[in-house]
Design a binder for this molecule. Sequence first.
Ligand SMILES: Nc1ncnc2c1ncn2[C@@H]1O[C@H](COP(=O)(O)OP(=O)(O)O)[C@@H](O)[C@H]1O
Ligand SMILES: [Mg+2]
Length: 438
Amino acid sequence: MKWPILLDEIETIDSYKRFGKVTRVIGLMIESKGPESSIGDVCYIHVGSGRKKQRIAAEVVGFREQHVLLMPFSTIQDISPGCIVEATGKPFEIKVGMNLIGKVLDSLGRPLDGSVLPKGLRSISIEREPPNPLLRPPIHEPVEVGIRLIDSLLTVGKGQRVGIFAGSGVGKSTLLGMIARNTNADLNVIALIGERGREVREFIERDLGPEGLARSIVVVATSDQPALMRIKGAYTATAIAEYFRDKGMNVMLMMDSVTRVAMAQREVGLAIGEPPTTKGYTPSVFAILPKLLERTGTNECGTITAFYTVLVDGDDMNEPIADTVRGILDGHFVLERSLANRGQYPAINVLKSISRVMNYIITPEHKTAAERFRHLLSVYINSEDLINIGGYKRGSSKEIDEAIRYYPKLLSFLKQDTHEKFTREESIDALLHLVHSG
Ligand SMILES: Nc1ncnc2c1ncn2[C@@H]1O[C@H](COP(=O)(O)OP(=O)(O)O)[C@@H](O)[C@H]1O
Ligand SMILES: [Mg+2]
């Protein structure tokens, strides 16, 4: 570093260390007198004495009267009134770089297996503003996800953000794993938030597999982690994806599930005394969701295509989180248990799903074929009950006759085995061929 620069650094350096003291611990929340800090700053709480001395990282989540409200990143058993609180004056940072590819990390960006981080990484803050909407290039090019029905009937664009709405056990993890293995995106960043430990292992070993992991970075915050860590997991994954987007890459971000992030935020909100609104969700939940989901998409360097899973009980698509998320994103895919029960995997209900970008990025020929496919399928589905009870007489309607004739082909087009892979060209060719097959 040159001398004048060093002098500048010295001019602006903050040579004060700011300290405070713990006054109360209420449930998940620690209240302290001081230090001077702002929301989102990391503080260290010094606990124990002598050899057992350690510092616990915590985040400023609010203020009450003259007190600072802190939430720790780990469990809080050793914290007591009088413990010293040291301010760092900055939000949480993680280390990121190319060498993270293939790694499984915790919410704070540390390898989950306890190994040390590789060298050559850079520190970045996990909080960031979404790209300026006026500087965002429009989505103009499809991304290949390698799922036939998506690439042909629900084409996703590079930088598009899609919600995957589903109950449990209908094939979300399997689908995300398939996308991670099959896509032509440069890199996957996968956030597993609020899952049980067993599910995480299953996802990494079975759904993603070694070939998927080799082109992914996985961030894990299991359900037993403190609420704040589950929230951080979502931010950390998003920040990692942003880092690679700024390097000009086309990144695929998958977050399973955004509902669990919202639930964690609700826990924090209730603990700091926010009023509960719909379904107990606090106002901050509806404030952070758009901020988090708007960070992905395109910017002037690269793209982040994002899939956010949303848990829906039964078919309640109007549940507050589902409703909010659907409004923010540029498309939603609905996975249905009734399809899964019939063995129709991936269990995406094409007629209830939409990609809002599709028609801007595909050829007219492709568009016409996709519309015809949807039409044939909807004609069949609308008369399915009638057909099944034998109440439909062949010849009564040309349209229904045609749909019945096509249905077996439509159905086998929609199905895809876990280890089958199709390129975008193959999927579109198959679609064009199918709808003109008579
Ligand atoms: N494409 C598929 N082909 C065959 N079976 C599938 C497929 N997708 C999901 N399944 C079945 O559904 C089960 C549940 O899937 P999973 O992805 O774990 O659901 P979720 O993550 O929604 O709980 C799997 O164990 C598997 O048997
Ligand atoms: Mg799952």
